[in-house]
Design a protein around this ligand. Structure first.
Ligand code: ADP
Length: 478
């Protein structure tokens, strides 16, 4: 059964940048493409240079005005936005599915997940001491200033809200450039902030395909105090370089290369269930998706057998079809990249032991299992970002931990075991920012989300997330 969707009937669809409380049209437009059928769903205005400059000016003015808001005022404002997002969940979910392709149920889950960040940050703000006396004066906790952000297409609502809510809780204004592939979700959030009666310029959304031009302004304007990014490590490096000219405060949530280690003493059914949940969510297009599967030799056959039974039950299709459990990849380009990783791995000795049997077209990628992967292969080193399970069998605990750590990335890791000793060992030895023990879904609003090494730094969620948007001022009084 299909959920009917005509984008023009969706009351939250907006097609130009939202700056200083206004929708600003522009002559040049770009298409937003539905990844399911590659049909254009909307034409969105490319922001002009003048509009971008105005957006920065407006964010700065709004930041200054926002300082008159008390903690309670900020909480009330956040709660109005939260209520409107919650009330409009269905409409917003349809926009996510329309431009991103994920199943509608996943879009709804993305919104519920995002709504939890309101509760988390409001709770932390209530507890936060904004000033304290010390021996020689007073220390104030203050918002950092204007925050700019660039966000990706895989969670077009959550990746914005996780940053924006923290900014407003801290007392900052926030300006975001969403991915050019998914601008409609961001603009819908802007419309909801408008309905929540946000002060002008507090939440500016600048949209355009020319991400380099927009990125330069967001990272280099003198008015911007902090830049926060979620995206690939390679783009993150370029943006960090740009931020260095003005010594911006930064937080970077970059790519991962998560190991998923299944020890011989684990509950295999649970490991299989969590493999399905973590690997096929969003068709594998998440930065915390397991990338390298390490399966103990003794349980390998049973794990694979049970896994294939589950994968065969996946329904690939239109996200608006309520039976769909996995949507397409975002672009053809992504398909090509995965094809080439697999080809190269097969050439170097990997074996393809499973490929989803139904015929697929367009941007769909068949769920695939490869075995005999080794650390020399590109697929071991690269974030696959698709529904491919690449397996290495192991026997020795120390060796598997060493292999799991042999990556430039350090976002998250997963381990399945019933042994307290092994849990202790992986907790102390795995070099990642987050570890899921017997769980494939790590992220939640009250926990610190973020990585180490080339997966970046900074945390989103809980007090850690709020603190990333605050700074301290020391005043000495005599
Ligand atoms: P992905 O490969 O997942 O698309 P990217 O890092 O390319 O990840 O994109 C994440 C975000 O960064 C998107 O909003 C994209 O438009 C933006 N982006 C990509 N390249 C640049 C750049 N050179 N300057 C500024 N923003 C960029």
């Amino acid at each position: 059964m299909f959920v009917k969707d005509n984008s023009l009937q969706n009351k939250l669809i907006r097609t130009c940048s939202y700056i200083d409380g206004e929708w600003l049209p522009a002559a040049k437009k770009f298409d937003v493409i539905n990844p399911y059928n590659q049909i254009s769903v909307a034409k969105v205005c490319e922001i002009t240079k003048d509009q971008l400059d105005f957006a920065i000016y407006s964010s700065n003015r709004s930041f200054k005005n926002f300082q008159s808001f008390s903690k309670e005022d900020r909480i009330n404002l956040l709660q109005s936005w939260q209520n409107l997002i919650s009330k409009n969940k269905q409409q917003l979910a349809k926009i996510i599915t329309l431009e991103q392709g994920k199943p509608l149920l996943e879009s709804e889950k993305e919104i519920s997940y995002s709504l939890n960040y309101f509760n988390s940050y409001i709770e932390e703000l209530k507890k936060k001491k904004l000033s304290q006396k010390i021996q020689n004066g007073k220390v104030y906790t203050k918002p950092v200033g204007v925050v700019s952000a660039i966000t990706p297409w895989n969670f077009p609502v959550a990746m914005i809200l996780r940053k924006a809510i923290a900014s407003f809780a801290a007392g900052c204004s926030f300006i975001v450039k969403p991915s050019e592939l998914t601008p409609l979700s961001a603009l819908a959030l802007a419309e909801l902030s408008n309905l929540a009666k946000f002060p002008k310029g507090l939440f500016n959304v600048v949209v355009g395909k020319n991400s380099q031009k927009i990125g330069k302004v967001l990272t280099q304007s003198d008015f911007v105090a902090k830049f926060t990014f979620t995206g690939s490590t390679s783009t993150g490096k370029k943006l960090l370089k740009q931020c260095s000219t003005g010594i911006k405060k930064t937080s970077m949530e970059l790519g991962g290369n998560a190991p998923f280690i299944v020890f011989e003493d684990c509950d295999i059914d649970k490991a299989v269930e969590e493999t399905m949940a973590s690997k096929f969510r969003n068709a594998g297009q998440t930065c915390i998706s397991p990338n390298r599967f390490f399966i103990h030799k003794k349980i390998f056959n049973e794990y694979i057998k049970k896994l294939i039974l589950k994968i065969n039950c996946l329904e690939l299709g239109n996200g608006f079809d309520l039976v769909t459990t996995m949507g397409p990849l975002i672009e053809k380009k992504a398909k090509k990249k995965i094809d080439s990783l697999i080809k190269q791995a097969l050439k170097k000795g990997a074996k393809k032991v499973y490929s989803y049997p139904k015929k697929l077209t367009g941007n769909f990628y068949p769920p695939t299992i490869l075995t005999d992967i080794n650390s020399e292969m590109e697929i071991f080193k690269t974030e696959i970002f698709g529904p491919v399970i690449a397996i290495i069998q192991f026997e020795n605990e120390d060796e598997v931990i060493e292999l799991a750590n042999s990556t430039a990335h350090g976002l998250c890791a997963y381990a399945f075991t019933e042994s307290k000793k092994i849990i202790q060992k992986v907790t102390t030895s795995l070099e990642f920012g987050m570890i899921g023990i017997n769980s494939g879904s790590i992220s939640n609003a009250h926990a610190p989300f973020g990585g180490k090494k080339q997966s970046g730094y900074g945390r989103e969620g809980g007090v850690w997330g709020l603190d990333d948007f605050l700074e301290t001022l020391y005043v000495k009084e005599e």
